[in-house]
Structures are given as C-alpha cells and as structure tokens.
Ligand binder design. Structure first.
Ligand SMILES: [Zn+2]
Length: 50
C-alpha cells in the first residue's frame, strides 16, 4: 500500500494525509497544502515522511 506523508496544519493543528485532496502541485515543483478542516493554505510545506 502506498502511504502518504502526514502534515500538521499550523492553523488548527489537525493532521492530514498529504494526498490529492489537499495538495496542489505547481509547475515549479512547489506544492501548496490546503487544510480540509480550516481552509488554511501554505506553500512549500515540510512533511514528516519517515
Ligand atoms: Zn487547518
């Protein structure tokens, strides 16, 4: 199974898997995270991929 890294939203502190629901890939290989819970957006997030 493919496991997605998990990111914690700095706004509401809820943890979300980084999958296609919450990331937007940019042409310059940056990604934008959008929190499903509060709508917070952050660029160039760091993940906890172990
Ligand atoms: Zn949030």
């Amino acid at each position: 199974m493919l496991e997605f890294p998990v990111v914690r939203c700095p706004s509401c502190n809820k943890e979300t898997e980084l999958d296609k629901r919450v990331i937007t890939a940019q042409s310059n290989q940056n990604i934008i995270f959008t929190c499903l819970f509060c709508g917070y957006m952050e660029r160039n997030i760091e993940t906890n991929k172990g």
